[in-house]
Each structure stands twice: as C-alpha cells, then as structure tokens.
Write a protein that binds this ligand. Structure first.
Ligand code: ZN
Length: 294
C-alpha cells in the first residue's frame, strides 16, 4: 500500500510516502513560502508516485467541517497568501484519491495513538511547543473537532509570581502561546531558547505555564497519555519540571496511578520522535482510504 502524507507546517512542508504499518519509505521537505510556490513543489513530488490516498495535517486555523463550502481551507492565518486559501481543493484538482484533512496537532495525536507513545490507548492529548503552541485531542478512539477545532495553545494561564513578561500573542497577550512558545522565550530573555542553559530559571517558568495547561487538560479531557513535542521540548530538562508542576497543581485529587506513581510514563515525548506529524498525516490518509472503501 502506498499512502501520501503531508505535514504542512508554518516554516516547512514535509511530504512522504508510507505504508499501512506507518513505515515512511520516502520523504522530502520544502520551505513554506507563498502557497502557489509551495504547492507546486508538493504537487510535483506526488506526481507519478501512484499513491492510493493522501493525508494532510496542516497548520491552521483550518476549516475541517465537511458540510461547509469552505471545507479544506486555511482560514485566518497571518502567513502571507495563506489566509482563506483553498488548500484541499488545489490537490483535489490534481489527484483523484481520497484525502484525509485535519490540523497538524490532531494528526500528530493520531500518529501517536496509531503507532507511537499512545499505541493501544483510546485517548491521548498531543501538545506541540515550538514557534506556536498547539494541542491535538484524540478521545474515545477519534479525533475531536467540534465547533471549529480545539485551540488549546491559546488557553489562559495564571501568571508565574516572578514573571513580569507581557506575553506575545497578538490576540491575547499572555495566553499559553503568548507566554510559552519559542518567540515568547526569546522575547522574555533576549536570546533564543536553544542558547539558554539547562539550569537557567527560564525553564522553571516555562514548566510552570506548560504544567498548568496539562493539568487543565487532565481535568477536562482525562486523556490516557499526554505527549509533548515541538522544538522547545527538545529541552529535555523540561520534562521532570513539567511533571512536578502537574503533580503539584493536581495535588493528589485525580486518583490515577498514571499520575500518582508513574507520571514519567504518562507525560512523555513523542514515541515517533520527529516523525509524529508525518506519520499522523499518513494515518489520516489510511483512514480516508478505508472510509472510501466502505
Ligand atoms: Zn493567544
């Protein structure tokens, strides 16, 4: 089986061909430029590849309501050329195959649930902390959408008592993304996160915000696994700090051994590593193929 996968990110597009076991046999990436240019490269890559379906996990916000005339559009992004862009239609005109379409973070959650850290579980939440913060939700065996789709990167957080930083979210200032994404770290400390030493207080503040968001997700969605990916999470020292914040916030209230005794195995990095998003897009493509055969 040959399935196409597209992880459409804000800075790069990763495209691959994979099979029903989640094995990615071929991959390539292109910088995210204006849509006409990027889409041309992507279409060229998939031409003559004989894929049976294509799964797309994209940066958003997106329209993922199949009943809407704008289904498959990127909606309100500030990224030049991409606002109200008919992403899916452009592909459908070229490739006559079933398409899977969802947010990049929902795709990553789905990839992790299918082949990664949440394999065998019927729920997980995937956070990406990088240029922005995004949250994908898989619950009772399916991806959660709703009114639009979850936007858990913009939840409101309580301030760290020693943090005077105003926040950088253009919509909310000091929401989670405004306080904890890569650009917030850089604006608060004047250097990129990758240049801040592991023992610097920056990471305690970072863990304070991410830990709150995870605690809220545990209280509202009760996922069986919490997975943290994205560039900022390459800072391995964050994991123990975040787990400790989560336990402190919940304070023994949620009676689950996963939190009380085995949190090291509950709040974890992606089992698929850097492949979570692409593998998740592959899983979306597989799913679209299965649906089309019913
Ligand atoms: Zn925000």
């Amino acid at each position: 089986m040959r399935i196409g996968a597209i992880e459409a990110g804000g800075t790069k597009f990763v495209c691959g061909i994979g099979n029903e076991h989640g094995v990615i046999e071929e991959r390539v990436s292109f910088p995210t430029e204006r849509p006409e240019r990027t889409m041309e490269s992507v279409i060229d890559f998939f031409k003559n590849k004989q894929v049976e379906a294509i799964g797309i996990g994209s940066f958003g916000p997106l329209n993922i309501d199949p009943q809407s005339p704008y289904y498959g559009f990127v909606t309100t992004t500030p990224k030049p050329g991409w606002a109200n862009y008919p992403f899916l239609d452009v592909f459908r005109k070229v490739f006559d195959v079933p398409f899977g379409w969802d947010t990049d973070v929902n795709a990553a959650a789905y990839g992790e649930a299918t082949w990664g850290a949440a394999k065998g579980l019927d729920s997980c939440v995937y956070f990406t902390v990088g240029t922005g913060v995004g949250v994908g939700v898989y619950s009772e065996g399916k991806l959660i959408h709703g009114l639009v789709h979850p936007e858990g990167g913009h939840v409101l957080t309580r301030r760290h008592p020693e943090d005077r930083f105003a926040g950088v979210c253009p919509y909310h200032g000091d929401c989670l993304e405004g306080m904890a994404a890569g650009p917030a770290i850089e604006a608060r400390w004047g250097v990129r996160g990758s240049e801040i030493p592991a023992r610097h207080p920056a990471w305690e503040i970072e863990a304070f915000y991410i830990g709150q968001a995870i605690s809220n997700v545990i209280l509202t969605l009760s996922p069986k696994k919490v997975i943290l990916g994205g560039g900022v999470m390459h800072q391995q020292q964050l994991f123990p700090l975040i787990r400790s914040e989560v336990r402190k916030n919940l304070n023994g209230y949620v009676q689950a051994d996963e939190i009380l005794d085995r949190i090291d195995n509950y709040v974890v990095p992606p089992g698929l590593g850097e492949n979570a998003g692409l593998a998740g897009s592959l899983a979306l493509g597989l799913n679209a193929l299965k649906r089309s055969r019913r």
